[in-house]
Design a protein around this ligand. Structure first.
Ligand code: APR
Length: 321
């Protein structure tokens, strides 16, 4: 009997459950939802499975509080953790840095459980602070670097492309470009590499409009938190599922992902958002593109921000080559 792809999603909260929904709708494989809260992964999995006759997906979808059901997964998306929240008293948001200590313990524990049961899986990290949590997953899993990938660039790029399509009133399908660097205030949008159906963006929008879009993209996560009071999840889940799809269908898509660099772009032992070819093996190639001096400078600021977070962890620190 042939076997379907198996996708585990750890954390059946907003991002995890929404990712399960879209992965099912795209028929990407059987799904296991894991969470520590009793009843939640089971309830969401059953609810989603009951949608199958309406939506027409023939998949096994299970929810659990344990890890035995996750054995031999092909891809594991880890969203477990505490999201950014707005303090009701001070009105201040939890910073990504403040999350390091809490989420490192959660993500480390989850990674050990997963790695022991699915030694060949590709791990996708969604938990924040993203770049730091990638290092936790890499260290705790012992997996080769190709199989530990962070979801940041696809989400940041999606926001960037959406804002451009909105400004020009053209289809999102025709916007090409990407956002590199770390997830957060130090991301590196590349307007000089952005086009609309091949037409350079710089010919279509004035610089002040492009700058405003870049600013909005940088603050994209915070904008949603400001409105909702908690993190967004439709776009993060969609971005995670795009990566899962590229892997399980071996599509060799070129997507911006947080990958552990070994000298590319002048960085070593640091997870940074760079263009990657994603296929069955995970990150099959890191594409090195030519960056201008300004972009290199922005990538360096971004790399420094990741280094600061990584320095809070009890693992090796990233160094520039
Ligand atoms: N094991 C399994 N699940 C856990 C664990 C754990 N040790 N600890 C927490 N969880 C679960 C929570 O019970 C919750 O259901 O992780 C889920 C997180 O879901 P939400 O709180 O809804 O957060 P979400 O918006 O989905 O964000 C998840 O992605 O974007 C990042 O910063 C965000 O790190 C956060 C993650």
């Amino acid at each position: 009997m042939s076997r379907r792809n198996k996708i585990t999603i750890v954390g059946a909260g907003n991002v995890g459950a929404t990712a399960a929904h879209w992965a099912a709708q795209k028929h990407l494989g059987d799904i296991v939802l894991v969470d520590i809260v009793q009843g939640v992964p089971q309830g969401k999995a059953l609810d989603l499975a009951e949608a199958a006759p309406v939506m027409g997906f023939d998949l096994k979808i299970v929810g659990t509080n344990g890890y035995d059901e996750t054995a031999d997964s092909d891809v594991v998306v880890i969203t477990a953790g505490v999201p950014r929240k707005k303090d009701p008293v001070t009105g201040k948001f939890t910073s990504r840095d403040e999350l390091v200590e809490i989420n490192r313990k959660i993500v480390g524990g989850v990674t050990r459980e997963i790695a022991s049961r699915s030694p060949n899986a590709v791990l996708i990290c969604v938990s924040n602070p993203l770049d730091a949590m990638c290092h936790v997953m890499y260290a705790e899993s012992g997996f080769p670097k190709e199989r530990v990938i962070g979801m940041a660039g696809v989400l940041d790029t999606a926001r960037y492309k959406y804002f451009i399509s909105e400004a020009l009133n053209v289809s999102v399908d025709d916007i090409h470009g990407m956002v590199l660097g770390g997830h957060g205030d130090t991301m590196v949008p590349l307007p000089s590499h952005t086009s609309v159906a091949g037409i350079p963006l710089t010919e279509l929008l004035p610089q002040d409009k492009i700058d405003a879009i870049i600013q909005r993209t940088r603050g994209g996560g915070g904008e949603i938190v400001g409105l909702l009071g908690y993190s967004g999840y439709y776009a993060p889940a969609a971005a995670s599922v795009a990566m899962v799809e590229a892997i399980v269908r071996d599509r060799k898509r070129v997507l911006p992902c947080a990958a552990l660099l070994s000298g590319e772009y002048g960085y070593k032992d640091l997870f940074i958002g760079v263009p990657c070819v994603l296929g069955k093996g995970g990150v099959e190639k890191v594409i090195e593109m030519k960056l201008g001096d300004k972009e290199k400078g922005m990538l360096e600021i971004s790399a420094n921000a990741v280094r600061e977070l990584v320095a809070l962890l009890p693992y090796g620190k990233g160094q520039a080559t």
